[in-house]
Design a protein around this ligand. Structure first.
Ligand SMILES: Cc1cc2nc3c(=O)[nH]c(=O)nc-3n(C[C@H](O)[C@H](O)[C@H](O)COP(=O)(O)OP(=O)(O)OC[C@H]3O[C@@H](n4cnc5c(N)ncnc54)[C@H](O)[C@@H]3O)c2cc1C
Length: 466
């Protein structure tokens, strides 16, 4: 009997799609080429990076913050191998969890590389080269993304690393050169800076975090600089010479000009990710791609071939695990005849550094560019009681609301626990809330969330504690 659905790829998009489809009674299978389930996110992305961010943050706190609170401990000693084990245990637990959920929901799994062999057919090639063909009514392509490469910089995952190699370094580099001031570069740069590396970030643009609210990016850069991370903006790396004991990167102004050599022990290439749409037989099957190699889909995740859908990093939109998950759920529901939907106006984006950065909706730059009349309410954590007493008062909450209707259009937070605080405003936006709705919602005292309420009050010019 054919499957109702075969999902290619078991990342957050694919595995969530398969589980939702099974819940809806569809006979479902997943094809995964890697040894473990969970995709980039669980194996070499969100989960291991957050484990190292968490452990390195505590290491830093023990070394620099305990004494001020009256906690006397000897200077912490780094056992990097144990820290890596802590990370690996976390990954293993999560990966096993997906395996358990597949079994619980009776999702069949096939280890091998999947290829769309035409509508209704997925060919699976196992590690031993053996092929089998699965018949299915529907296919979901959830093959995710891969590291973007840089000309002249050959990644060996030992000294010249992508995020994957940066998660498994065997020793703390004396100097780490990060190419690209995006989320991944800043998160992993923070990890190794906390563990003792000198970190310099080279960014082609004249700002960090391209695409994010520029006020947030400016303040965040100042905070990271205070922590010791060096930035060289509007510069590019044109090559890395790996012949000697130290790496020699050629760094040039982005606009061209005199090249300079920057030496480092490890170079991290973090200039973005590219969709993983090769080797899937998409061209032969007639599945159309866009100019960036992403699978083209309509508002219902349908590709140009009937019965073939695509979700997650392999299609357009922010490359985020929760975006992939929500698309997985929506696609499964659409395939089952329901009305699945993703609200792209309310997808949060979090940087898990200290402090965290979290945003949802539109940036002030976007609103200005689009000529939207808006009001901004801003509240600094220096005026929040809990942040003050905890001495975690860096950053602010900024709420942007429509000038006429007061509807919340975007929220931007730099601060401790910003990633948790963004949940409340994402829900508010999902419900089409006005800033006044947030301002009139009772927030527990003393919590950092009171800064969200105060920023909402500030939209109307009436914050209490400022
Ligand atoms: C270092 C790092 C940190 C990150 N941190 C975060 C974070 O904190 N929060 C967040 O939201 N996002 C984060 N991301 C991004 C997140 O990992 C991705 O957005 C997410 O994994 C995309 O999910 P996906 O299901 O589309 O694809 P993926 O997770 O990439 O999964 C795709 C799967 O498909 C498999 N596959 C590919 N081709 C085939 C084939 N032909 N046959 C069979 N299987 C195939 C792959 O092996 C893989 O398992 C991070 C990424 C990195 C690299």
């Amino acid at each position: 009997m054919p499957y109702d659905l075969v999902v290619i790829g078991s990342g957050p998009g694919g595995y969530v799609c398969a589980i939702r489809a099974a819940q809806l009674g569809l006979k479902t299978a997943v094809v995964e080429k890697d040894k473990t389930f969970g995709g980039t996110c669980l194996n070499v992305g969100c989960i291991p990076s957050k484990a190292l961010l968490y452990a390195s943050e505590l290491f830093e706190e023990a070394g620099h913050k305990f004494a001020a609170m009256g906690i006397g401990v000897p200077a912490p000693k780094l056992d990097l191998a144990r820290m890596m084990k802590f990370k690996d245990e976390g990954v293993e637990g999560n990966v096993k969890g997906v395996d358990f959920l597949f079994k619980k929901n009776k999702v069949d799994t096939f280890q091998g590389t999947g290829r769309v062999a035409g509508a209704g057919k997925v060919e699976v090639t196992g590690a031993d080269g053996k092929k089998q063909t699965l018949d299915t009514k529907n296919i979901v392509i959830a093959t995710g993304s891969d590291v973007a490469r840089l000309n002249g910089v050959d990644i060996d995952e030992k000294r010249i690393v992508s995020s994957t190699g940066a998660l498994t370094l065997g020793a703390v580099p004396k100097k780490l050169l990060v190419i690209g001031a995006g989320v991944i570069g800043l998160e992993l740069g923070s990890v190794w800076r906390r563990l003792g590396a000198e970190v310099e970030v080279i960014e082609f643009l004249d700002r960090i975090l391209p695409g994010m609210d520029s006020e947030v990016a400016r303040q965040f850069q100042r905070i990271l600089e205070k922590q010791g991370i060096k930035f060289r903006l509007a510069h590019k790396v044109t090559g890395v010479d790996s012949k000697g004991k130290t790496l020699k990167a050629s760094v040039q102004p982005a606009a061209g000009g005199k090249s300079e050599i920057v030496e480092a022990d490890v170079v991290l290439v973090s200039i973005g990710r590219v969709p993983y749409s090769e080797g899937l037989g998409l061209k032969e099957a007639g599945v159309a791609l866009d100019d960036k190699g992403r699978v083209k889909v309509d508002g219902h995740f349908r590709t140009s071939v009937p019965g073939v859908f695509a979700i997650g990093d392999v299609i357009a939109g922010p490359m985020l695990a929760h975006k992939a998950e929500d698309e997985g759920i929506a696609a499964a529901e659409i395939i089952a005849g329901q009305a699945g939907h993703v609200n792209y106006d309310a997808i949060p984006n979090v940087i898990y550094t200290y402090p965290e950065v979290a945003t949802v909706g539109r940036s002030e730059d976007e609103l200005k560019q689009a000529g939207v009349a808006y009001k901004a309410g801003k509240f600094p954590f220096t005026a929040n009681g809990r942040a003050k007493v905890n001495k975690t008062s860096e950053g602010f909450v900024k709420i942007l609301a429509d000038a006429k209707s007061d509807r919340v259009l975007g929220v931007h937070i730099v601060g401790a626990d910003a990633g948790t605080l963004i949940g409340e405003v994402t829900l508010a936006m999902e419900f089409g809330a006005a800033a006044e709705d947030i301002a009139r919602t009772c927030h527990a005292h003393p919590t950092l969330s009171e800064a969200v309420k105060e920023a909402a009050l500030a939209v109307d010019g009436r914050p209490i504690h400022m």
